[in-house]
Design a protein around this ligand. Structure first.
Ligand SMILES: [Zn+2]
Length: 214
């Protein structure tokens, strides 16, 4: 893995951090935008951790404003010190916490969703459901502020529908998909929402990819 030297903006510690790669992939992402195999293996490059102050965020050189104040929070200290957690789940949860406390609801939602994907791979459905529950909460709050795909109307609802469907929350999935259909002006987003409604009506909580969408 390629690494680069980064100086933590919070405590000025210099450390080696992975470079985020974008390998080419030939298949489509999942409906919740989880990248196809080949790119999803780069997830351990998506967040950096300062070895000194334990700040965890996508770029230690450019953390959110106010991130430094979050680090002393007892929940954050406990979360980052948890050696029993899956290492990548630990990092995504910590980044979600920093994002939430610094007002970045959408980022917090995506970080919890990323933690859910890691839990899926670890076959830990309880943890995956808990992380999706948190993701749905923060993504809905971000959607209400226009910070989740703000320029692509209905896309946030299509994503929320998928997050609910994967938890088996059929009514919530259908509600979000119908809401997405009512606001979108894009045929693909409309088709995504129709697809979520069809899957939810079949009580299908499985993984499906965007290339299955008619
Ligand atoms: Zn630091």
């Amino acid at each position: 893995m390629a690494v680069t030297e980064v100086i933590c903006a919070n405590c000025k510690t210099r450390s080696s951090q992975p470079v985020k790669e974008q390998p080419e992939v030939t298949s489509s992402p999942d409906l919740d935008l989880r990248p196809a195999p080949g790119r999803r293996q780069t997830m351990d490059q998506w967040v950096q951790e300062c070895p000194t102050c334990k700040l965890i965020c996508p770029d230690l050189a450019n953390p959110p404003v106010g991130a430094g104040e979050v680090l002393a929070h007892p929940d954050y200290v406990a979360m980052t010190a948890d050696k029993t957690a899956h290492p990548l789940v630990r990092k995504f949860r910590a980044w979600a916490f920093v994002a939430e406390k610094t007002g970045m609801q959408a980022d917090a939602g995506f970080a919890h969703l990323h933690a859910a994907w890691v839990a899926d791979d670890a076959k830990d459905s309880g943890l995956a459901n808990m992380q999706r529950h948190m993701a749905a909460m923060h993504l809905a709050a971000g959607r209400d502020r226009g910070t989740v795909y703000g320029r692509q109307k209905g896309a946030a609802e299509a994503l929320l529908a998928d997050v609910h469907r994967r938890m088996g929350r059929w009514d919530d999935a259908i509600h979000e998909a119908e809401r997405g259909k009512s606001v979108t002006d894009q045929p693909f987003v409309d088709a995504l929402c129709d697809n979520e409604i069809a899957l939810a009506n079949k009580h299908d909580a499985g993984v499906h990819t965007t290339n299955e969408v008619p």
